[in-house]
Design a protein around this ligand. Structure first.
Ligand SMILES: Cc1cc2nc3c(=O)[nH]c(=O)nc-3n(C[C@H](O)[C@H](O)[C@H](O)COP(=O)(O)OP(=O)(O)OC[C@H]3O[C@@H](n4cnc5c(N)ncnc54)[C@H](O)[C@@H]3O)c2cc1C
Length: 598
């Protein structure tokens, strides 16, 4: 057993592909004094059963950069470490069985050009030529990414572990973290079942265990395990290792060559949450019994697409748990609630293809004290406290899994876990024809349907059904008087003798103004970068109301909290849910009115 030191710079919790990649990249970034602790064996949580797809095209440039870096890393990992990785650059192909899907694929292909990733749009004839095993009569077209591929998740993790150890990282398996230690709002180490380690930083990479572990130190990490299914077919006629990975989004399925067999996996629209009563202490290389009836419709459609499957034998029907998040984006970065407590968890079934990039940016974030690129879309500070609610999570993650392969129409709204946060005038807005969308748990009117029109989205890639109604609203605001409900905006009360001094240090503008005045200002970091964009209203000599965007409620609250000196006489209270806010807009411009909720 690896002996545990008394102290080190960083403790990484979790020996899945994410934790091992973080450890590898910490050493690569020059921080070698790292201990990785794993409660059982490396890969024994979710990683061991990953199907092995390594794709690169994501919905934004920075997420694509992270996935591309991962592919590049895996390509060279075997040569670097001497450990086989099973990586094969066979390309990937995504097919469209509807015109709308083909539109989505073509849009992502043109976006990929901006990212510098080679993506080719394919005709139906070209699809049939590249993948003769599938039925193509109903297809509209597809896209091909030559540099995508697949790998063996266990071997990749072992190779990263070998690379990390070679750079000085200590890996302690059969060592469970029982407690994360902290003092004065800052990490001090961990207590394991084999003793204590003092550390400056802790990184929680505990996969589906991360939510409960983080909550023991007040860190909010909303994620929940879901069942994810695949089937292994043997004796599939015509199968060979260089067939591209195939994604048939409209049938919710993916296909991949797997050591002489064909792996068929699915992201069905209504998935099944798992582990509601907690996850057993003994979980180690385990699988779930699974529900064949739940998977059968997917299998049925797959046989139409892939006729050879009707004659092939099912070697294995597999169901394994993976953690999903409410917005299908993973959680990265320093937890706002606890200094030097970092997280890298909630990988939404793209953990293998994301691990390289996730490890690299997490390590650089720890080393430099700031993220190396804009990572806001996955930043843990975007999460709201209510999202730790289990009922909310169980309801949402079933939808999250399916959204991986759903058509991502503009303005698409979540269907589950709705109605969590409502303004005081919600019912009146609804009665006025509001079609609500969800933002950070808030129900916000996105557009108003006139009498006789149902306030429901009719999604499309063309002009959607709300267009004319939104134009009418816009005209009314320009030409008349309007009242905006801004209750979802973040609102903090800041009171005390030292508030002026503290705010004038944090704000870029002078907030020492007469009571009743509003100051629009930014909060800047030490490099002059913008951390927050908000208004500060002076209520009385020693009381202020800070109003910021709904999206940055948690981030802004903790930014100010961390910048209040210990000896300052200030009280900061988040009053977002207790106070409504309306903005009236007339010929003289905008005027803000704060309204206390009844
Ligand atoms: C069926 C299936 C197929 C998949 N296919 C793909 C794919 O093709 N491509 C892809 O990119 N992704 C895929 N994934 C997703 C991928 O497997 C995961 O995203 C990834 O493995 C998550 O890695 P992780 O390190 O976050 O979690 P894990 O592998 O679960 O690692 C977390 C580790 O933390 C340890 N731990 C937890 N608590 C403690 C503690 N208190 N002390 C010490 N250790 C602790 C656990 O024992 C565990 O080993 C698939 C997932 C499933 C279920």
């Amino acid at each position: 057993m690896t002996p545990l030191p008394d102290r080190c710079e960083v403790v990484v919790i979790g020996g899945g592909v994410i934790g091992v990649s973080v450890a590898y990249h910490l050493a690569e970034a020059g921080i070698q004094d790292v201990v990785l602790v794993e409660r059982k064996e490396l890969t024994s949580g979710t990683t061991w059963h990953a199907a092995g797809l390594v794709g690169q095209l994501r919905s934004s440039i920075n997420m694509t950069k992270l996935a591309r870096y991962t592919s590049e890393l895996y390509r060279g990992l075997e040569a670097e470490t001497g450990q086989a990785t099973g990586y094969r650059q066979c390309g990937s192909m995504s097919i469209a069985a509807t015109a709308e899907r083909f539109e989505e694929l073509k849009r992502s292909a043109s976006m990929a050009k901006v990212f510098g990733l080679e993506v080719n749009v394919l005709s139906v004839a070209e699809i049939a030529e590249r993948y003769p095993l599938i039925q193509t009569d109903d297809l509209f077209g597809g896209i091909h990414i030559p540099s995508d591929g697949y790998a063996n998740a266990v071997d990749i993790t072992q190779a990263l572990a070998k690379g990390a150890k070679g750079r000085g990282v200590r890996i302690a398996t059969h060592t469970k973290v029982d407690e994360i230690l902290h003092e004065g709002g800052q990490i001090t180490g961990v207590r394991t079942d084999r003793g204590e380690i003092q550390a400056k930083y802790v990184v929680i990479c505990g996969g589906m265990w991360s939510r409960d572990l983080a909550s023991t130190v007040g860190v909010n990490l909303p994620l929940h395990a879901c069942e994810h299914y695949y089937v292994l077919f043997e004796s599939v006629e015509g199968l060979h290792p260089d067939l591209p990975v195939l994604r048939d989004y409209d049938a919710c399925t993916y296909y991949k060559y797997d050591a002489g067999k064909l792996l068929l996996g699915a992201f069905e629209p209504s998935a099944k949450p798992w582990g509601m009563g907690g996850i057993s202490e003994d979980f180690c290389f385990d699988e779930i019994a699974g529900d064949f009836d739940h998977f059968e419709p997917v299998l049925h459609d797959a046989m139409k697409r892939f006729p050879a499957l009707e004659r092939a034998g099912i070697q294995k029907f597999f169901c394994g748990p993976e953690s999903f998040t409410p917005d299908v984006r993973y959680h990265l970065g320093e937890a706002p609630e606890l200094k030097n407590c970092f997280v890298a968890a909630g990988l939404n079934s793209i953990g293998l293809q994301s691990a390289g990039g996730v490890g690299k940016v997490t390590a650089e974030w720890i080393r430099d004290g700031r993220p190396p690129v804009d990572l806001w879309e996955v930043d843990v500070r975007r999460n709201m406290p209510f999202q730790r609610n289990r009922r909310y999570l169980q309801s949402r993650v079933g939808e999250s899994l399916g959204l991986l392969y759903a058509t991502h129409y503009p303005y698409r709204q979540y269907e589950t876990a709705r109605g969590v946060r409502k303004a005081a005038i919600h019912d009146r807005l609804r009665a006025a024809g509001a079609c609500h969308g969800e933002a950070y748990g808030w129900e916000r009117p996105n557009w108003y349907a006139p009498k006789g029109v149902e306030p429901v989205y009719d999604y499309s890639y063309g002009r959607q059904n709300w267009f004319e109604h939104s134009a009418a609203e816009h005209r009314a605001v320009r030409e008349g008087v309007a009242l905006f409900d801004q209750s979802s905006f973040a609102k903090f009360r800041f009171e005390g003798r030292d508030t002026v001094a503290v705010l004038n240090r944090v704000c870029a503008n002078n907030i020492d103004v007469a009571p009743g005045r509003v100051v629009y200002t930014q909060w800047l970091n030490e490099r002059g970068g913008i951390e927050a964009d908000l208004t500060v209203t002076r209520l009385t000599e020693h009381a202020f109301m800070i109003v910021s965007a709904a999206e940055t409620e948690v981030r802004d609250f903790y930014w100010l909290k961390r910048h209040i000196p210990d000896d300052a006489h200030c009280v900061l209270t988040n009053v977002t849910s207790g106070i409504g806010r309306h903005l009236d807009h007339g010929p003289q411009g905008a005027r803000s009115l704060a309204v206390v909720d009844p």
